[in-house]
Design a protein around this ligand. Structure first.
Ligand SMILES: C[S@@+](CC[C@H](N)C(=O)[O-])C[C@H]1O[C@@H](n2cnc3c(N)ncnc32)[C@H](O)[C@@H]1O
Length: 161
């Protein structure tokens, strides 16, 4: 679904700041598993990998006051029908000044298509959820947002309050 990154302090490791990365995914049975990628990259010691639906994982983090407002960066790239549910949780986990990235926020361009446009089967049912997220982000006074024109776009949100 995505990665959430927390600083572990200022110590430097080979020029990189030491950090903790949390990755939640429901796809460890895929041919190339997140764990195998993490091991191949030689960063397993920095990554806490959780397998399963990410919502309970985020909810458990929110119950821990020590986790709230501590994440530097959250990247969301999973089930579009839950993007808004993710935002309502990760906004309290990311620190003020921290970033949240939402992938595919133009949803293959479909967000600008007329309601009766012919769209591919996997695009059409999720379009409404991406529109819902975009509208919410545009009105959320806790963040400022900008669009990164990578693929079908990433919306980057910076928490400001
Ligand atoms: C489009 S892939 C992107 C993966 C990764 N960002 C990448 O670029 O390799 C979406 C991933 O989200 C996972 N996913 C979908 N819904 C999820 C959920 N509710 N909880 C956790 N992971 C989920 C899928 O299993 C899949 O691995």
């Amino acid at each position: 679904m995505g990665a959430e990154m927390q600083n572990e302090g200022g110590a430097e490791t080979r020029g990189l700041k030491r950090c903790q990365i949390w990755v939640a995914s429901s796809s460890s049975s895929a041919p190339t598993t997140p764990t195998s990628i993490i091991e191949k990259a030689g960063v397993a010691h920095k990554i806490n990998f959780k397998e399963g639906h990410v919502l309970p994982f985020l909810t458990s983090f929110l119950k821990n006051e020590n986790k709230k407002g501590t994440f530097n960066f959250v990247f969301v790239d999973g089930d579009k029908n839950n993007y808004l549910n993710y935002h309502k949780r990760v906004i309290d986990l990311v620190k003020v000044g921290g970033l949240i990235g939402y992938d595919n926020t133009l949803w293959v361009g479909s967000v600008a298509a007329p309601p009766d446009a012919l769209l591919m089967d996997y695009i059409k049912p999720l379009r409404i959820y991406v529109l819902e997220l975009n509208k919410y982000l545009g009105q959320d006074s806790r963040i400022e947002i900008f669009q990164l024109s990578v693929g079908d776009e990433i919306t980057l949100c910076r928490r400001i309050i």
